[in-house]
Design a protein around this ligand. Structure first.
Ligand SMILES: Nc1nc2c(ncn2[C@@H]2O[C@H](COP(=O)(O)OP(=O)(O)OP(=O)(O)O)[C@@H](O)[C@H]2O)c(=O)[nH]1
Ligand SMILES: [K+]
Ligand SMILES: [Mg+2]
Length: 425
């Protein structure tokens, strides 16, 4: 990792300003080559940028951050250019022509930050989530994770496991072969408390629901008004509606955020038996599999005939006589707007309750996997009598914590994580 990388770290040009970052041992000499010298650390200075001994490229604000206390842990320079396409291209060409300097791969700055111990894996994951956050809830959860909420917690747990290990090792070193006395009285209680705390984190809402959205599927017989209600919920004439049974064939999905809560709404083909139309039959099959993946079904069909847990909806409630569902949770008309606000409110509250609370770091599948291993190891440690076996369980718990924050990782896993970042991050 001795080469020096550069990339456009701001959005795609044209823009008012474009920021190119340079990281690595040759960052200082690259900066000097273009700006005629290295300015005082951490002070913005206004410089002419030139091709070495040549033409003017741009007048820019330049910043110099000597390592290792930088975002990447290496020497780092920033060029704040005029954000024109040609300006950016010219400066990138000039940088690329310098010896030992090359364009960065996606996520390479962050990967260097990880390798140099500036951030751990949970923080890097939080950062990736922060960059891809589209709703307010996602942003608040990601920023907690990027800020090290989970990392600090795991470090504290790890220290407690280490001190428990030390207590067991002491017995192994000094006690008689057959003597398993001598563990502090509170030893097992401490392990139980620790396992309990880990379990609390595991029972929190999952990060995936934040990322993928709460999945609401609209279902019912043909002409029930599913597509019309779908369009009203996503506030877009996305689906075709018509008074012809069997209008919708494909499953149509739209991701929307309602008051910061991410949703995916799915419109489906009307369910009916014995259709002669092969395409409609395929649509009905697709509708049924969409129902299986739903977090919630809005059932626009006859009372009580919807899937378990579905909300009964009396649709087209503006039409006299059309909605005689007595137990309907909501009576709505997507055409007149009647009942729509109450339905939206109910959806937001219901979905919101399954999401991490604002600012709470939510665990992803990888993190949950390691925490479950740690919890299981702590529980076994509690149940063992043999100090040797207790020591082994504690070692397993520690390895799980280490893996979670990236103290021991595989290249594949790092490639997958850092590949999620854009170039320049
Ligand atoms: N008055 C009134 N008409 C509605 C309402 N909702 C739907 N309609 C009408 O009912 C007809 C069928 O609506 P769609 O939304 O296409 O019904 P669907 O359930 O998607 O039908 P399929 O896709 O064929 O299964 C259309 O003519 C709509 O304009 C409503 O709330 N009020
Ligand atoms: K229809
Ligand atoms: Mg439809």
């Amino acid at each position: 990792m001795n080469d020096t990388i550069f990339a456009l770290s701001s959005g795609s040009p044209p823009a008012a300003i474009a920021i190119i970052r340079i990281s690595g041992p040759a960052a200082g000499s690259a900066l000097a080559a273009l700006a005629g010298g290295v300015p005082a650390p951490r002070h913005a200075s206004y410089r002419e940028l030139r091709v070495p001994r040549g033409t003017l490229l741009d007048r820019a604000l330049v910043l110099w951050f000597p390592g290792p206390n930088t975002a990447s842990g290496e020497d780092l320079a920033e060029l704040h250019l005029h954000g024109g396409r040609a300006v950016v291209q010219a400066v990138q060409a000039a940088l690329g022509a310098l010896p030992d300097v090359r364009p960065a791969q996606p996520g390479e700055f962050t990967r260097r930050a990880f390798s140099n111990g500036r951030i751990d894996l949970a923080e890097a994951e939080g950062l990736a989530d922060l960059l891809s956050a589209e709703t307010e809830l996602q942003r608040r959860s990601a920023i907690a994770m990027a800020g090290g909420a989970l990392s600090r917690q795991v470090d504290a747990w790890r220290l407690r496991v280490l001190s428990a290990s030390a207590a067991v090792e002491a017995i192994l070193d000094f006690a008689d072969e057959d003597d398993v006395q001598g563990l502090p009285a509170a030893f097992r209680d401490d392990l139980a408390t620790l396992a309990h705390e880990v379990g609390d984190w595991l029972s929190r809402p999952r990060a995936e629901v934040l990322k993928d959205g709460f999945r609401v599927v609209l279902a019912g017989p043909p002409n029930a008004g599913k597509s019309t209600l779908f369009n009203a919920l996503v506030e877009d004439e996305a689906a075709i509606t018509a008074p012809i049974a069997g209008t919708t064939r494909d499953v149509l999905t739209r991701a929307v955020s309602l008051e910061g809560v991410p949703f995916v709404f799915a419109d489906t083909a009307g369910l009916r038996d014995g259709t002669e139309d092969t395409i409609e039959a395929i649509g009905i099959e697709r509708a049924r599999s969409a129902l299986e993946g739903a977090d919630l079904v809005l059932w626009l069909g006859p009372e009580g005939e919807g899937p378990v847990g579905a909300w009964d909806i009396a649709a087209q409630a503006d039409r006299p006589g059309t909605s005689d569902k007595i137990s309907a949770r909501h009576r709505v008309s997507a055409v007149s707007g009647m009942g729509m606000e109450a339905l939206r409110r109910d959806l937001i509250n219901t979905a919101g309750a399954t999401m991490p609370k604002p600012g709470e770091a939510a665990l992803n599948a990888r993190q949950r996997g390691f925490l479950s291993e740690a919890e299981a190891a702590l529980c076994s440690a509690r149940g063992e009598e043999d100090p040797l076996l207790i020591a082994e369980c504690l070692r397993r718990a520690r390895v799980s914590f280490d893996s979670l924050v990236g103290r021991s990782t595989t290249e594949d896993m790092l490639d997958a994580l850092f590949g999620r970042f854009c170039i320049g991050k």
